[in-house]
Design a protein around this ligand. Sequence first.
Ligand SMILES: Nc1ncnc2c1ncn2[C@@H]1O[C@H](COP(=O)(O)OP(=O)(O)OP(=O)(O)O)[C@@H](O)[C@H]1O
Ligand SMILES: [Mg+2]
Length: 326
Amino acid sequence: MINVRNLVKDYGPIRAVDDVTFDVRKGDILGFLGPNGAGKSTTMKMITGFLPPTSGRTEIAGIDVAERPREAKRHIGYLPESGPLYPEMTVIEFLRFIAEMRGLSGAKAAAALDRAIELCHLRAVRHQPIETLSKGFRQRVGMAQAVMHDPPCLILDEPTDGLDPNQKQEVRRLIASMAKEKAIILSTHILEEVEAMCNRVIIIAAGRILVNETPADLLRRHPNYGAVELELAHGDTGNLRNTVKDLDGVASVESLNGKLLIRPKNQTDLKSLLWNRALAEKWPMKSLEPANLRLEDVFRNLTQKDGESIEERTPPAAREKGQTAA
Ligand SMILES: Nc1ncnc2c1ncn2[C@@H]1O[C@H](COP(=O)(O)OP(=O)(O)OP(=O)(O)O)[C@@H](O)[C@H]1O
Ligand SMILES: [Mg+2]
């Protein structure tokens, strides 16, 4: 549904997006991650035809966004960053206006309006001026305008930004409910959101794609992937540490909060290895659990070098001469 090819955006001397290529199919929810200033919003603006790329192109349902922008935009619902709305309009006035802009009229417009209001739970506030709404409700109005024409592609720039935990959950449910029929790209800074909703993840830093894979594959990059935590009943793991360290299949052992953090060698199944040993040698074992893997750690490892955020960009001029940034 969405084919992005070699997108580049230069803002003067700054290369904000640097050769970004990816595809999104129907049924995909692609999580677009990256540090502040990575180029997520800029990429989304180019995909939606809001901003012309310096080079590269995007096709929406086979339609070139630069060549046939109006046709392409019919297939897109876009929730921009910090959702621009007309604050003095009431919710229903604004959404009616959007329906009209989308070329809907009469019974079709009424049905679309009804559906969007229902989907985004806006009925109670529909006669309220947008400027009097709380942030969460404004975000829902933004969502309602994005889904008004039931587009096959949704581009959502931080759809849960600034919402309370309940509303975050609500918006996630709404997005997930539409997933089967659509191709969705959403940007977020919340890693648990990616784990909960997305079947694909792209991490972008300094304008470049670092990874494009499933959340499960991303977790495999975790330094503790396949590791287990072992706790003894009396708490003192000192004696056991050396025994475990010498086992075939153990790469390393670390003491951590009174437990042993044990990493595998060659994808050894540590849980069964250690269980069997513990039973045979009667270790006073209290627990043996997989180590806690957080996507956030993987994200930090990928997007930080020596504790510094990846921010250096290659100026376009230097790039053309084949040089890299100092
Ligand atoms: N209109 C503009 N003029 C000049 N530079 C810009 C403009 N818009 C964005 N940039 C720069 O382009 C880079 C990418 O910005 P962008 O907004 O795409 O990042 P982002 O990944 O969406 O960040 P955030 O997580 O903070 O939303 C940044 O360095 C930003 O300062
Ligand atoms: Mg942004």
